[in-house]
Design a binder for this molecule. Structure first.
Ligand SMILES: [Zn+2]
Length: 95
């Protein structure tokens, strides 16, 4: 093999290695700075699924419509305003 080819291969390997390590370092920095957006980027953990009590659909907590119950102080999550309103009217009928 020509020696120049060997040098080129060595440089490419080095660049590839640098790329891998710098990516890893960036990810680590992100983790310490703002974990919320980073976990979202990786598509894991942050989006906890909550169940809509009306249509029983599973919704990511961050996108869900929240309703705080006055009596118990618990928070109920809904897929949409529509389900939230339905829940409110149903709760009203119970009383
Ligand atoms: Zn719903």
């Amino acid at each position: 093999m020509h020696p120049i080819k060997l040098i080129i291969i060595a440089i490419l390997l080095y660049l590839g290695y640098r790329l891998l390590t710098s990516n890893r370092r960036k990810r680590l920095n992100k983790n310490t700075n703002n974990s919320a957006s980073d976990t979202k980027a990786d598509g894991v953990i942050e989006d906890v699924l909550v169940e809509d009590p009306i249509c029983h659909k599973l919704v990511p907590k961050q996108q869900a419509v929240r309703l705080k119950l006055k009596d118990t102080d618990t928070i109920v999550y809904f897929c949409s305003e529509k389900c939230c309103n339905l829940f409110v009217t149903q709760e009203g009928e119970k009383k």
